[in-house]
Design a protein around this ligand. Structure first.
Ligand code: ASP
Length: 305
């Protein structure tokens, strides 16, 4: 007998050494509110018979538009003070994927990733050529300055004067992501990021690399990763979780935990949100905190620590 499908949506807003002392109660509330807004927006899509890809897109648009998170509006700046966003989305029912990297003129990078999934024969487009594709497929290009928040500009200025040895992990990253299981039993995953603060122009992280920061396969799970991307690319971390489920028959939780353990062993920091077709979910990280949340039914639950 077929089991009942449990429509589910998970989101994250990045992980790191989120110090309680640096997070005022007001700010903490803003994070919870932001995450639950994204969960509700994505879940509404699922409940009105939308697909998991659409739900992931909608939840991520919501997070990209908030200045709180390092993606879209509010992205961190490169060493040169420019914006270079990366994003990817993947459909677990078809293994179709779309991704874009090095974007500075796209309001919602996840929408371009979805366009590439839907309308292009390629998986990953980069820089001005990706933006050209966006333009020809009807998306509006905006001035780069429209994505720079006063907060990120100040952080960039401050960090510029600090020697590398004194910059800590908290100051560097962020990212947003979502994974969904829709009413048809299909999984999808998406990730969007400004990358790592003060990165070299041209640096691409794990988020738009299918199998590193983003992956979805109905046979195993959907996941979105956050943390220092260089580790995830070298470890093929997202696909590795799926592979452990597929070949070693690990449960979702065991495979996700094992991946974070391996990450720790290699000296990396980060977190994963993952979801399988039975509606099992995992949100695992080796940092002090990860902005994250889940909805499966009526209520959205959000967490930081
Ligand atoms: N993984 C992202 C990157 O390396 C950053 C992050 O998740 O914080 O670009």
């Amino acid at each position: 007998m077929q089991k009942r499908i449990k429509p589910t949506l998970l989101v994250h807003g990045g992980c790191g050494a989120i110090r309680k002392a640096d997070l005022s109660p007001r700010k903490e509330k803003q994070f919870h509110t932001g995450l639950s807004r994204a969960l509700k927006r994505g879940y509404e899509v699922i409940m009105s018979n939308g697909t998991s890809v659409e739900a992931v897109r909608e939840a991520i648009i919501c997070l990209e538009d908030m200045s709180l998170f390092n993606a879209g509006y509010g992205s961190v700046l490169t060493e040169k003070g420019t914006i270079e966003c990366d994003a990817a989305i993947m459909d677990g029912s078809s293994l179709q994927a779309g991704a874009a990297a090095g974007l500075s003129r796209i309001q919602n990078p996840i929408c371009l990733a979805e366009k590439i999934l839907m309308e292009s024969e390629h998986v990953l487009l980069i820089g001005p050529q990706a933006e050209q594709f966006a333009r020809t497929s009807g998306m509006k290009l905006i001035p780069q300055n429209a994505l720079i928040t006063p907060r990120q500009f100040q952080r960039w200025k401050k960090l510029k004067t600090k020697p590398h040895s004194e910059r800590d992990e908290y100051e560097k990253h962020g990212t947003v992501g979502a994974v969904a299981l829709d009413q048809f039993g299909n999984l999808a995953a998406g990730t969007s990021t400004g990358g790592i603060m003060h990165k070299k122009p041209g640096r691409v992280g794990d988020s738009p690399i299918i199998g590193a920061g983003t992956y979805a396969d109905n046979e195993t799970c959907a996941l979105s990763v956050t943390g220092v991307g260089e580790y995830f690319i070298r470890m093929s971390l997202a696909y590795d979780v799926c592979a452990q489920m597929k070949y070693k028959h690990y449960t979702l939780k065991r495979a996700s935990t094992a991946a974070i353990k391996r990450l720790t062993k290699w000296g990396g920091t980060g977190g994963i949100i993952s979801l399988d077709r039975q509606g099992h979910a995992a949100m695992i990280f080796n940092t002090e905190g990860m902005y994250r949340g889940m909805i499966q039914g009526k209520e959205a639950h959000t967490y930081i620590y």
